[in-house]
Design a protein around this ligand. Structure first.
Ligand SMILES: C[S@@+](CC[C@H](N)C(=O)[O-])C[C@H]1O[C@@H](n2cnc3c(N)ncnc32)[C@H](O)[C@@H]1O
Length: 409
């Protein structure tokens, strides 16, 4: 019998991501590292190999590190996510970063003294570039990128890409407080004249401050955090624990990780930046709805009013299910899986993703240990949406989050 335990210990009321490990770069739907720390401690996991198959900006690694784990592996299709995760957990000499910043500033300012220099640099390959950036912003970003590309040390170069990506976002015509890619209102464009170079150096300052105060001190023993921008690659019985917060649904109708990252990814040179949302879980529609297991009745309920949406939902659970079977194969006997998820509502039907996850792990040689239900207060997610797609008609979507724990038998 599937059992859910309401646990206020996992609510972390009033706490945010920043309370433990402030993020070096904005990212949607981050997991609170505190959840991972608490559950790893509760399960007495202090060593071994940790896997996060949907690692995003790397909060599970922050949790692992805090509990003494020194070997962690992550996957994510979004290259921006992998950039953030890798910079956060790579030990780089602070003195070298400061010295690079000094040289960088001198070289960039010398270069910009002659206006013609910036005009001569080739324009980057960004879709609809003039729609998203002013001419002056394009020239300044191009000059910054030109000097970042000249940094020889790969790790230091990646570090300087973090404030660059934040600058791209802040100096573009996107509405900055939204995850989806929307342009500012026409009347706001004329007065939008950001000081790109000033913004970039301020962002370097902030990134250096956060990295040296919150990350560097924890990296003394150089833990191995190996992250790749690809789908999870299974490795038989290799991992001791899985800690992850998978997406809640397909990117198009929940959190558009790809859209959020498009401009950054394009400036970073990723040629498939515009295709990422279609590559994420639930991106490819099946011909038929799921007919087996706990989720089938719920999907059938949605299909009564909207079969297209039911197929979207089926696509997501198909992908989540097949990913779980690969993850399950890759965990050693006695190893644990910890999934932190929310149950989204589609067409007024609330989908039991937590139970689906437990069911899939059980089908793949695991035993469900427990599911904690926590009040969702600090995830950077909209808590109300319009599941019927009727303007003005909103319902509370995910006010709870579930920590689903299983063990390989
Ligand atoms: C909820 S977020 C993870 C957030 C992360 N815990 C953090 O704190 O930043 C889910 C992540 O799954 C990634 N994702 C979605 N589908 C994927 C897939 N098929 N393979 C790998 N990553 C995927 C998204 O790009 C996103 O970064």
């Amino acid at each position: 019998m599937y059992k859910v335990v309401r646990s206020t210990k996992y609510d972390f009321i009033g706490q945010s991501y920043a309370t433990v490990y402030p993020n070096l770069h904005k990212y949607p739907a981050t997991m609170l590292p505190q959840i991972g720390i608490k559950i790893l401690k509760e399960l007495n996991i202090k060593s071994g190999r940790l896997l996060d198959p949907y690692c995003g900006s790397g909060s599970s690694f922050a949790s692992g590190l805090e509990c003494g784990l020194t070997e962690m592996y992550g996957f994510d299709i979004n290259p921006l996510a992998i950039l953030i995760s890798s910079v956060k957990f790579t030990k780089i000499s602070i003195n070298e970063l400061i010295e690079t910043r000094r040289k960088f500033r001198n070289n960039l300012f010398d270069f910009l003294k002659n206006e013609n220099n910036a005009h001569k640099l080739p324009r980057p390959q960004i879709t609809n570039i003039d729609f998203w950036f002013s001419k002056e912003v394009i020239e300044n970003l191009t000059a910054i990128k030109y000097f970042i590309d000249k940094i020889e040390n790969k790790q230091i170069k990646r570090f300087f890409l973090i404030p660059f990506s934040e600058t791209v976002r802040e100096c573009s015509y996107t509405r900055n407080n939204e995850f989806k890619l929307f342009r500012m209102k026409e009347q706001d464009l004329l007065s939008f004249n950001p000081d790109v170079i000033g913004v970039y150096f301020k962002k370097i300052e902030d990134t250096l401050f956060l990295y040296s105060n919150f990350y560097y001190p924890k990296l003394e023993n150089e833990p191995k955090v190996d992250v790749q921008y690809s789908k999870f690659q299974p490795q038989d019985e290799f991992f001791d624990v899985v800690l992850t917060s998978p997406p809640y649904g397909d990117s198009r109708t929940t959190v558009a990780y790809g859209q959020f990252s498009t401009l950054s990814n394009e400036w970073l040179g990723i040629d498939y930046a515009r295709k990422i949302d279609g590559m994420l879980m639930g991106g490819v529609k099946p011909k038929e709805n799921i007919r087996k297991g706990i989720i089938a009745d719920f999907i059938s309920e949605i299909s009564k009013t909207d079969n297209k949406r039911a197929l979207d939902v089926s696509a997501f659970y198909n992908d989540l299910g097949s990913s779980i079977s690969k993850v399950a194969r890759s965990v050693r006997k006695g190893g644990k899986s910890i999934y932190v998820v929310g149950n989204r509502t589609v067409k007024n039907v609330q989908l039991p993703t937590d139970q689906f996850i437990a069911e899939k792990f059980e089908e793949n040689g695991f035993r469900h240990l427990t599911t904690y239900k926590r009040a969702l207060s600090s995830k950077s997610m909209p808590s109300r949406n319009s599941p019927t797609n009727e303007t003005g008609k909103t319902v509370a979507t995910m006010l709870w989050e579930y920590v689903v724990v299983c063990e390989k038998v």
